[in-house]
Design a protein around this ligand. Structure first.
Ligand code: XUL
Length: 524
């Protein structure tokens, strides 16, 4: 296969690393007849392909459901493995690269890291060379909810939940990096004293690719409770509320289109990348997905059905959630974007699927065989601690005659999906934009019946896309360096669904019952 210029997007996700290469005309040679197309793809699943790290669903097993951690070297081994899979014949055509990272996770590097990053040798793999730089061998990731105390301290110091959200775009959240840093400084003061640089997952992997410490972009930076969302720089007040020594550990945050430099010599020697391959600053997986599904203007929303389920859209202006459940981040285009995140996404659906010994086809058949509204059976699907609404300990609530019984397999499948989308509708009302359509991405977006329920509950058309790796694709489109970002390849459309009036009316009524059930379960 002969290639034109290729642009590489790498998504360091929760359960796998995905690399997507798109072929695009060079920025100065805009040509209509050579549209963007996907040239190659490689993926590495951590649990099965990097078994030596012992992860389960991409994180280290722990008896405490509040703890979510990952050895950062696993991401580096996945990166080496993905490049081996792509091979030099492909890599030698790459002109630009950018990273999408699962948001909020943090990596702590010691002094002298920049020097080592600048002199990585191709004779030894990345993990071997970078492990000695880590001030903390495990990175807390977005599933970690152990920082309740720190959230409260930061929130108080900044004047309460609304003031924190007005300043940083979000109330203090357990998985956000600021509270995680504060807990680390309190519980492991020696290791914190040994930290010279704090990275996010996206800036860590970008630093390795560029062979120098890379800054955090405004998009991923807005998931830290540290960025002043209006001024787009680290907030001195938020930094002081987090840790007194934080200032020394963060490079100034940069816009999402910043070029960090050229690719490190390691990747040139080992995988054949051209030495002038441009490395664009990394960003979060949700901001990258906006680009990957082709949202450019306010008015369209994105539904990402991955390990977490997220729902987000571009906003004309910054508007924070008065209930303090939602977030405002900075999108790759520079617009503000609103987002809500549900921890109980695909893992909750998988829990029901596995409990009833089904495969995904069986799960989809179960959805098709049950009526909208599930004859009044409802589930609050908190298999893990939940982010929206905040639920500290896992618990699954079944109501209206629904039981955890083998003869109710199909009803449980419908209940978990309906519960997820009813919660999404309920908790996204603050976004105040009724989207004209919702673009779906992530593994779950292949499931047509699920998209139908989403369309009926949310009351607007939901469109899947042929390429469901929106985050990696978005990173590849960002790597082209063009603004506005190119639209994703048209390809064939994925499954899609339009709201059906009768079903939509059922969900309008059910929403009130669901809201009441949620209120009771939370003891409000
Ligand atoms: C978003 C969030 C998750 C992670 C992992 O706030 O916590 O969606 O980005 O995908």
């Amino acid at each position: 296969m002969s290639y034109g210029p290729l642009y590489l997007g790498i998504d360091v996700g929760t359960q796998s690393l995905t690399a997507i290469l798109v072929e695009a005309p060079p920025p100065d040679g805009e040509s209509k007849d050579r549209a963007i197309r996907i040239a190659a793809r490689a993926g590495v699943r951590y649990d099965t392909e990097l078994r030596q790290y012992g992860t389960v669903n991409g994180q280290l097993p722990s008896d405490d459901p509040a703890i979510g951690r990952v050895p950062p070297c696993m991401w580096l081994e996945a990166l080496d493995l993905a490049f081996e899979k792509l091979g030099p014949e492909t890599c030698r055509h790459v002109r630009g690269v950018s990273v999408s990272g699962q948001q909020h996770g943090s990596v702590y590097l010691q002094a002298g890291s920049d020097r080592v990053l600048r002199s990585l040798t191709p004779d030894r793999n990345l993990a071997e060379q970078i492990e000695p730089l880590l001030a903390r061998t495990e990175a807390p990731i977005w599933t970690d909810s152990s920082t309740g105390r720190e959230c409260e301290e930061i929130r108080q110091a900044l004047g309460g939940a609304t003031a924190t959200a007005e300043l940083t775009g979000s109330d203090a959240f357990e998985r956000f990096t600021g509270p995680q840093i504060r807990r680390f400084a309190r519980t492991e003061p020696d290791a914190w004293a040994n930290t010279a640089h704090v990275c996010l997952v996206s800036s860590f992997v970008t630093s390795v690719l560029a062979g120098r410490l890379a800054p955090i972009d405004h998009g991923d930076g807005s998931g830290m409770n540290l960025l002043d969302i209006r001024r787009r720089e680290w907030s001195p007040a938020a930094m002081a509320a987090t840790s007194t020594e934080l200032e020394r550990c963060l490079l100034p945050s940069q816009p999402p289109w910043t070029v960090v430099g050229s690719i490190a010599a390691y990747f040139v020697s080992r995988y054949g990348f051209p030495p002038d391959t441009r490395v664009t600053i990394g960003s979060g997986d949700n901001p990258c997905s906006l680009v990957g599904v082709g949202v450019r203007e306010p008015g369209e929303a994105v539904l990402s059905l991955g390990t977490s389920d997220t729902y987000f859209c571009l906003l004309p202006d910054i508007a924070v959630d008065p209930d303090a459940n939602g977030h405002v981040f900075i999108a790759p285009s520079g617009h503000p974007m609103s987002l809500i995140c549900f921890r109980n996404g695909s893992l909750a659906r998988e829990a029901v699927r596995d409990r009833h010994s089904l495969d995904w086809q069986g799960f989809e058949d179960a959805l098709r065989s049950t009526p909208p509204g599930n004859d009044g059976m409802i589930m609050l699907p908190w298999f893990e601690p939940e982010i929206v609404p905040r639920v500290a300990s896992p618990r699954v609530v079944r109501l209206g005659g629904l039981e955890d019984a083998p003869e109710q397999a199909a009803e449980n499948c419908r209940a978990v999906v309906e519960g997820q989308f009813l919660s999404m509708r309920l908790n996204s009302e603050w976004m105040a934009t009724r989207p004209s359509r919702i673009l779906a991405t992530g593994g779950g977006s292949h499931n047509r019946e699920m998209l139908q329920i989403a369309a009926d509950v949310m009351g607007c058309p939901v469109e899947g896309h042929e390429v469901s790796d929106g985050a990696a694709l978005g990173a590849a489109l960002r790597a082209t360096g063009r603004r506005p970002y190119p639209l994703p390849p048209a390809g064939g459309p994925g499954p899609s669904a339009s709201p059906r009036p009768q079903a939509a009316a059922v969900y309008d009524r059910l929403l009130t019952r669901y809201a009441e059930a949620q209120r009771r379960a939370l003891g409000r």
